[in-house]
Design a protein around this ligand. Structure first.
Ligand code: NAD
Length: 697
């Protein structure tokens, strides 16, 4: 079946892209477009063409399932043949745009002679966000349509704009308030005889201060540490729209686009995009599984996490009841929630009405009876198995049949928690990150007995809560924290051997981590990993740990909350200041171990910390705790501040080359200090390296 329909309405040909859901420019659509345009051009009874999309979109751009495949470069190509055919038409083509015209979809519309749009239509060139840049004339035609400044903003931000905001410009000749197809046909008939055919390529980009503006844009990009790799090439391409002929500009855009597509950074960002889309998918879900419906919720524990989780529900319009043991705890929790919403109100992020709505959706109670009819209950009480047992025993008796019983534990055994109930199939882990209402990541922990419809229900809920979700199996620390432990273990060994916290932070921040490990620990509170380590000393006596962090904790230096941690903090100020006493504490500790401190290179810091994480990631894959290497990347990109331009730890390992990672690990294993077994490669890593394969493809 053709993905492009050709119909006639007297003297007007109506060409409809009909490739649900969003009419992407796949090979079939490109072929269909060429056939339809040729047919219209050759038919003497046709005077003009309307190009329209079926359903709710004009066209959302390239087909991502074809990305990187030979099919995407096969004739008819978009850049050359489709746009070339539009350029060569002897009759006017009117793009009738509804819903969205994004990426290649907008470039297709810009290749037409006229554009009219339905109200509310969105136009955008989002390529920069995926690590790319427009490659189908977007950087050349858009500035000709809306001017240099608007085009720079739109292409560099990747954000869509509303048709209404550009009504009357070359981008949108008219907003069609009636049926779009009817309006476009009428419009086409009106302009059918107009010659010469208006083509954006024939316009000039005029701006009184073009070169100053371009310089300004370059300055902003240069000074932005997290600027996307497409930003500079986009400015170069747009500059050529100002200074060169249209055809020269198109060639420059194509050359920049091709070079960028080959860059590791662009590939990493593209990987990150697809990794996130894939992470929502549940492997091996039995056919016909119906996700358990979740319309009401309860949260146990009104502390840091419980309050944030309740806000997540309220933000999504789901009524939620918070239960705690003490009225004071409830009062404190609700006051915190209110103050968070007040801050959003002040910043204009919430209207008065939304503020009231959110608060109305959150109720509090001390009684399990009042929460028994909730579809899901999320437990967020103290991280002690005995407390979890108490709560889950109660939930088992008080919750209605079929309710989902979720735990927010960050490290306890979800299977064990499930065993406190007579309905382990209803129990699941929902590991939110702090602050829960802000952090995007949610690790969903599927227990051995968790029912498929429970898992599917929680994944669906996660989407409603607008979380980035990854499914993990049961193990200590799940995906994120288990890898973090190895990363931190190396960071602490590095302190013993000669590095200082601020040196390590600086190097890893330069690598791209949002926050170095020691700054991060001071934010989280050093007492939290201390408690975990103490548990691990007993559980894993075979593992060697540096004890330097324990020395810090013994001083009560827990981080920002105590004014001192790995850094010092002035009262009320969160800016860390290096602390000579911490340096002294570390040096004394090294001396007590008989170590002669040495200068540690930046390369060693990055290698030891990041490769530690990668090897543990391989272990998670091998054990089936993580289903896909890309899921691990999603966890680190969305929850741990790993640099997007490196694609996540597993993708990064692939770019380094697994053979190189392995060789370097063997070199680290020769280090006389530390845990030699630390660097034993996980079998999967060694096997993939030997076979010349990668984690992520
Ligand atoms: P918190 O100490 O801030 O809050 C715990 C709340 O639970 C308190 O209000 C307490 O009164 C209440 N509580 C204790 N026993 C209870 C019981 N039997 N019944 C009802 N309420 C009870 O703790 P938190 O930081 O919000 O952590 C809660 C859970 O979330 C823990 O399992 C923790 O490991 C996990 N977690 C915490 C973070 C974090 O960064 N804080 C991140 C992810 C997961």
């Amino acid at each position: 079946m053709s993905l492009v329909r050709y119909e006639t309405n007297d003297d007007i040909a109506v060409v409809t892209i009909d490739s649900p859901p969003v009419n992407c420019l796949n090979h079939g659509v490109r072929s269909g477009l060429i056939d339809a345009l040729d047919q219209a051009d050759m038919d003497p009874s046709i005077r003009a063409v309307v190009l329209i999309g079926s359903g709710n979109a004009f066209c959302a751009g390239a087909d991502i399932s074809e990305l990187g495949l030979p099919l995407s470069f096969e004739e008819p190509t978009f850049h050359g043949t489709v746009l070339g055919t539009l350029d060569a038409m002897s009759k006017p083509v009117v793009a009738a745009i509804n819903g969205v015209a994004l990426g290649g979809g907008l470039e297709l519309a810009l290749g037409c002679n006229y554009r009219i749009a339905a109200p509310g239509t969105k136009f955008g060139l989002p390529e920069v966000k995926l690590g790319f840049m427009p490659g189908g004339g977007g950087t050349q035609r858009l500035p000709r349509a809306i001017g240099l400044e608007h085009a720079l903003n739109m292409v560099l931000s990747g954000d869509p704009v509303r048709a209404e905001d550009y009504a009357g410009t070359e981008l949108v000749r008219e907003i069609a308030n009636d049926d779009l197809r009817t309006a476009a046909t009428k419009f086409a008939r009106n302009i059918a005889a107009d010659r010469p055919l208006p083509r954006l390529r024939d316009l000039r980009v005029e701006h009184p201060h073009a070169s100053a503006l371009l310089q300004f844009a370059r300055g902003i990009v240069k000074s932005n540490r997290s600027a996307l790799p497409g930003a500079m090439p986009i400015i170069d391409a747009i500059e050529s729209a100002v200074n060169k002929t249209f055809d020269q500009g198109m060639q420059i855009e194509l050359a920049l686009f091709t070079a960028l597509s080959e860059s590791t950074e662009a590939k990493a960002l593209c990987h990150a995009f697809f990794a996130e889309r894939n992470s929502e998918k549940i492997d091996n879900l039995p056919v016909g599984t119906i996700p358990r419906a979740i319309n009401t919720a309860a949260v146990i524990g009104a502390g840091t996490m419980g309050g944030g989780i309740a806000m997540c529900f309220a933000d999504a319009g789901i009524p939620v009841k918070i239960l705690d043991v003490k009225q004071e705890a409830l009062d404190r929790g609700l006051a915190q929630i209110k103050s968070n919403y007040e801050a959003s109100l002040k910043r204009g992020k919430l209207s008065e009405e939304q503020f009231a709505q959110r608060l109305n959706l959150i109720q509090s109670t001390l009684s399990y009876q009042e929460i028994g009819d909730a579809d899901i209950v999320v437990e967020a009480v103290f991280e002690e198995i005995s407390v979890k047992e108490k709560v889950f025993t109660q939930l088992d008796t008080m919750m209605k049949a079929g309710a989902i019983l979720a735990t927010n534990t960050s490290s306890l055994d979800v299977n064990r928690i499930a065993s406190f109930t007579k309905r382990p199939q209803d129990v699941i882990g929902t590991h939110f990150f702090s602050p829960a209402n802000i952090m995007r990541l949610l690790e969903v922990v599927s227990g051995t007995k968790t029912a498929s419809d429970v898992l599917a229900g929680v994944m669906k809920l996660a989407k409603t809560l607008r979380k980035t979700t990854v499914v993990a199996g049961v193990c200590d620390g799940f995906i994120g924290n288990r890898m973090l432990e190895e990363y931190l273990r190396q960071a602490l060994f590095l302190l013993d051997e000669g590095a200082l916290p601020w040196q390590i932070d600086k190097v890893l921040e330069k690598f791209g981590m949002a926050m170095g490990p020691f700054r991060m620990l001071d934010v989280v509170g050093n007492d939290v990993p201390w408690a975990v380590r103490k548990r691990h000393y007993i559980k894993h006596p075979e593992k060697i740990y540096s004890k330097v962090a324990d020395k810090l904790c013994e001083q009560g230096w827990f981080g920002q909350k105590t004014g001192r941690g790995w850094y010092r903090y002035e009262p009320g100020v969160r800016v860390p200041q290096t602390d000579p006493e911490v340096a002294r504490l570390i040096e004394v500790h090294s001396a007590s171990l008989g170590l002669v401190r040495r200068k540690i290179s930046d390369e060693e810091i990055v290698g030891r910390c990041i490769y530690a994480m990668i090897n543990e990631g391989a272990a998670l894959l091998e054990e089936g705790i993580a289903k896909r290497a890309s899921d691990i990347d999603v966890v680190y990109l969305s929850g741990y501040g790993f640099p997007a331009r490196r694609g996540g730890p597993m993708f990064y390992a692939d770019t380094v080359g697994l053979g190189n990672v392995l060789r370097t690990m063997r070199r680290y294993a020769r280090n006389p200090y530390g845990d030699v077994r630390f660097w034993e490669p996980v079998v999967l890593l060694a096997r993939l390296a030997a076979e010349g394969k990668n984690f992520t493809k």
